[in-house]
Design a binder for this molecule. Structure first.
Ligand SMILES: Cc1cc2nc3c(=O)[nH]c(=O)nc-3n(C[C@H](O)[C@H](O)[C@H](O)COP(=O)(O)OP(=O)(O)OC[C@H]3O[C@@H](n4cnc5c(N)ncnc54)[C@H](O)[C@@H]3O)c2cc1C
Length: 374
């Protein structure tokens, strides 16, 4: 069955943090917005919302982290990079205070509810399969699955709008004619661990359940975030090629490597995997462009940061704000699609962010190369 959806000023594709916040800001700015969301690529697991990102969300919904998406407050980072002495720093050097470790599906759903309450039109379970230019804007073809899990197609629809926001995360390469100019080949192996707290041999005083733990080893770097149930969510980021060369089952490999850590191994000693180990493409992805004639990309679809920065959600929010501002400016000035000043400025802002991020990441990977913990 095929239907046609009503027009909107802007279509936002993707209901992760970037899409939800961009739709919210556009609606607050007076635009008529449709948000298309399909959960098939949605992120699972626990992530850290930085203090700055947290403050932004709380400005729009003061009880967000106590009611809508409760998590564990993170007050410090305990980090071990090429030194035998763990380094701690308060709230990740963040001037805006502590971050929060959140369950992503819960967090994303609460952000979409926030956008929905601002009056956007939410089209759930709609997978965008094709994006087409038309004379005066965009036409998107969607397939409705009836459930986020990817059931058989039940309905095909098309929707039109004057402007397009691509917020599809790392799946963004499937749309528009653009390529990734730089991509690192990191993969993250992650699982939830049930903790039976043991004092870490290296620094007993450091163990706390409100810290983010980061540790470099010779073959990659680890992180652990506390879960609300007292356990941890742990991830190991490694070069994809290096992983391919190991010929042991993934679970064995994960726990063998965990044993080699100095900080995390004592912290997580006695833990057992209660969830399967899943893999996720990590590493930074830079695209040749983040905006153009009547379209912008936000969040990971504009620039996907390396997870070691812990700043992906913050960037999703920052880029969503910048992108919404650029679109509203274009609309207010009644610019034609060919007039791209606001979009070009946005594109520049994304490039500058990617460059800054690249320098920091290079420094960390430099330390990793020198790491004595093989
Ligand atoms: C291993 C790892 C750990 C990380 N840890 C952290 C952390 O602790 N803190 C942090 O701040 N960041 C972290 N990040 C980065 C963070 O996950 C991303 O930066 C963030 O999710 C980007 O948000 P987004 O909205 O741009 O994209 P996403 O969160 O990927 O959202 C995109 C949405 O679009 C939907 N979608 C995709 N294609 C379509 C389609 N065709 N039609 C309709 N919908 C579609 C998807 O289902 C998804 O819901 C981590 C990343 C990795 C890889």
């Amino acid at each position: 069955m095929s239907t046609s959806r009503p027009n909107a000023d802007v279509i936002v594709v993707g209901g992760g943090p970037a899409g939800a916040i961009c739709a919210l800001m556009l609606a607050r700015g007076g635009a008529c917005v449709s948000l298309l969301h399909w959960g098939g690529y949605a992120t699972e697991g626990i992530e850290l919302v930085s203090g700055r990102a947290r403050r932004f969300i709380e400005q729009h919904c003061s009880d967000f982290f106590s009611q809508a998406a409760p998590g564990v407050e993170i007050h410090e980072t305990v980090s071990l990079w090429n030194t035998r002495k763990p380094v701690t720093f308060n709230a990740m050097f963040n001037p805006w205070g502590p971050g929060v470790a959140i369950e992503r599906p819960l967090f994303d759903g609460a952000l979409r509810n926030l956008a929905s309450a601002a009056g956007i039109s939410m089209i759930a379970d709609a997978k965008v399969v094709e994006i087409e230019r038309t004379g005066d804007g965009w036409r998107l073809l969607t397939r409705s699955t009836g459930a986020s899990s990817g059931d058989a197609d039940t309905e095909r629809s098309s929707i039109r709008a004057r402007f397009l926001v691509l917020a599809t995360g790392r799946a963004a390469t499937a749309f528009l004619d653009r390529s990734s100019v730089a991509e690192s080949s990191q993969i993250a192996l992650m699982t939830s661990l049930q903790a039976q707290h043991a004092e870490p041999a290296c620094a007993p005083a450091l163990r706390s359940h409100d810290a983010l733990y980061i540790e470099a080893t010779g073959s990659g770097w680890w992180y652990a975030l506390p879960a609300a149930d007292g356990g941890y969510f742990a991830g190991f980021c490694i070069d994809r090629n290096e992983l391919k060369q190991r010929r042991v089952p993934l679970k064995d490999f994960f726990f063998q490597e965990l044993q080699r850590t100095s900080l995390l191994s004592p912290l997580l000693s006695g833990t057992t995997s209660i969830a399967p180990i899943c893999g996720r493409t990590a590493g930074a992805i830079t695209f040749n462009r983040a905006a153009g004639d009547g379209w912008i990309a936000v969040g990971d679809a504009a620039f996907a940061s390396d997870p070691l920065s812990g700043m992906g959600i913050e960037w999703a929010i920052e880029s969503a704000q910048l992108g919404a501002h650029a679109l509203l400016e274009a609309m207010q000035r009644k610019m034609q699609r060919g007039s791209t000043a606001a979009f070009a400025e946005y594109d520049d802002a994304v490039s500058a962010h990617a460059t800054r991020h690249g320098k920091t990441a290079a420094q960390h990977y430099g330390w990793l190369q020198e790491s004595k913990y093989k």
